[in-house]
Design a protein around this ligand. Structure first.
Ligand code: ADP
Ligand code: MG
Length: 494
């Protein structure tokens, strides 16, 4: 049976060896132990009855249960080396205790969208993905994962789950774009903000167990590698306790420069200054996502502004452990503090509990240590800045000034970042939707695009806020843009 997930989906891109070994493990496991979970032999009546029970009983029941307040302590407590078989089983059981409830909450939220929206083929694909993932986990409920054979099969289910939901974002983007007549922009934003933040947490929980599974010795395939990932001794699951942001900037910079070369035939330069040797404890996959999106924006603006000879400057500044974390400001008007929604939010375990964490209070994960050293990364480009008519929209999902016609006009007169021809589902003209849909098609066909979904900034901010950080954009119109990415470290782990 061919595996349906790719190495990067299992563990992210920055440790190919871990990923491929995990795959090998899972492949061996799946050959040896796979048992089909559902019979496809038709018993139409019984199937219908099961389906009805599932729709009407199981999902609402699970969705009524409160979300477990996630804390980093939970994520790392099973993972401290040396990882015993018992700890691995405990991690699997913990993961299983969280995921069905989290998925059911998402299913319920999708069901609460207007019917015509859920009926859209793209939105219903996402809905079906969630239903499918929940149904693969349900057979595991009510039994204990008590031996390593179970654990292997459970991890395979998790890996499939992570893979199933990999392409969610362009599909949702397309779906909501197609449904723009039936749902208001503020409803879309509220839904997406909650949905995508919850998705970060759910994937983190699943990926953490997959990573721990890999780093455990019991399943380690000595033929594939004699020791678990010797190049990355600083990892605990998906957390790198000594992540060096300068390295992330360089590898993501190379990737984004490749995309620019494809799109514009120009390869922007970048330099890293400040204190490039800074390290802190963070989730590399999250940092990679954010940095890639911010560099795409900076490189695109630089090229379209005809300033490719000026490097984008990335300054890395460690944030020393603070007695009291300095207040961090960003625009509050965008955030939603919908009191009625809080039962469907990720809870936060704050320490101390009364501390005002401002805009990123909910739906974030509590750091292990509030005084953990963090890092601030400033990305400075000479891309011409952002005009005041565009600035208020940049945090809205789907807002973009990108259109395909920009592709071949580096620095050209119709560079849209300096015009007011913003395309957005929240205010663009009829033609701009067509452009956005084309860009999304390109994105979902796997070709890398430099921009166009309009999800880069809002989603990057969701990732940054997940661990109590933030993003602020400072534009000097006519000159360039500074983006401040402030990340709190996840704290001392040992
Ligand atoms: P996308 O890149 O897909 O358009 P984003 O959310 O990443 O979506 O950005 C939204 C918009 O913000 C961009 O279309 C662009 O107009 C503006 N923007 C973001 N970063 C910059 C920048 N560094 N320089 C100029 N404009 C920017
Ligand atoms: Mg972008």
């Amino acid at each position: 049976r061919p595996l349906r997930f790719s190495p990067s989906a299992v563990l992210g891109s920055n440790c190919p060896r871990r990923a491929s070994s995990t795959l090998q493990n899972l492949k061996n496991a799946s050959v040896a132990h796979h048992k089909p979970q559902t019979q496809s032999q038709s018993h139409p009546q019984r199937d219908r009855e099961q389906r009805r029970r599932y729709d009407h009983d199981v999902v609402p029941h699970l969705a009524r249960q409160p979300l477990h307040p996630l804390s980093l302590a939970d994520l790392v407590k099973h993972g401290r080396p040396p990882l015993s078989a018992e700890a691995l089983l405990a991690s699997a059981r913990f993961t299983l205790s969280l995921l069905p409830i989290r998925l059911a909450h998402r299913i319920q939220a999708l069901r609460n969208l207007p019917y015509i929206v859920v009926s859209n083929p793209n939105i219903s694909k996402i809905y079906n993905n969630y239903q499918h993932s929940l149904s693969t986990l349900l057979p595991w409920q009510g039994r204990t994962i008590s031996n390593l054979e179970d654990e292997i099969r459970f991890t395979e289910v998790l890996a499939e789950l992570v893979q199933t939901h990999t392409d969610t974002i362009p599909i949702l983007a397309r779906g909501f774009l197609e449904c723009r007549k039936y749902i208001s922009p503020s409803e879309v934003t509220r839904f997406l903000d909650q949905h995508l933040r919850a998705r970060i947490g759910t994937r983190l929980v699943a990926e953490q167990h997959i990573a721990l599974h890999f780093s455990s010795t019991p399943h380690f395939d000595p033929a594939a590698s004699p020791t678990p990932c010797p190049e990355h001794p600083s990892y605990i699951g998906v957390i790198d306790t000594a992540l060096r942001p300068a390295s992330t900037v360089d590898s993501c910079g190379g990737f984004v420069a490749d995309i620019c070369e494809l799109n514009y035939g120009v390869r922007p330069q970048w330099v890293v200054d400040g204190e490039p040797d800074t390290t802190f404890a963070f989730v590399p996959m999250h940092l990679e996502y954010i940095v890639t999106e911010l560099l795409k924006n900076a490189f695109r603006a630089t090229v379209e502004n005809g300033m490719s000879r000026e490097p984008v400057v990335i300054t890395i500044a460690p944030e020393p452990p603070a007695v009291k974390p300095p207040p961090y400001h960003h625009d509050h008007h965008h955030r939603h503090h919908d009191q009625n929604q809080h039962h469907d939010q990720d809870h936060v375990r704050l320490s101390p509990p009364h501390e005002d964490r401002g805009a990123f209070g909910r739906d974030a994960i509590a750091p292990l240590d509030d005084n953990a050293p963090g890092v601030t990364i400033r990305i400075r480009d000479r891309g011409g800045g952002i005009s005041s008519d565009i600035l208020p929209h940049i945090w809205s999902y789907s807002f973009t000034t990108f259109s395909e016609s920009d592709d071949d006009v580096p620095g050209g007169s119709n560079s849209s970042s300096s015009s007011s021809s913003a395309n957005s589902i929240f205010g663009g003209g009829a033609n701009s939707y067509g452009d956005a849909l084309n860009v999304i098609s390109a994105a979902s066909n796997g070709s890398s695009s430099i921009a166009g979904l309009g999800y880069g900034l809002p989603l990057s901010r969701a990732y940054a806020e997940y661990f109590g950080g933030g993003i602020a954009v400072q534009s000097l119109h006519g000159w360039g843009t500074d983006v401040y990415l402030r990340l709190k470290g996840v704290g001392k782990i040992e």
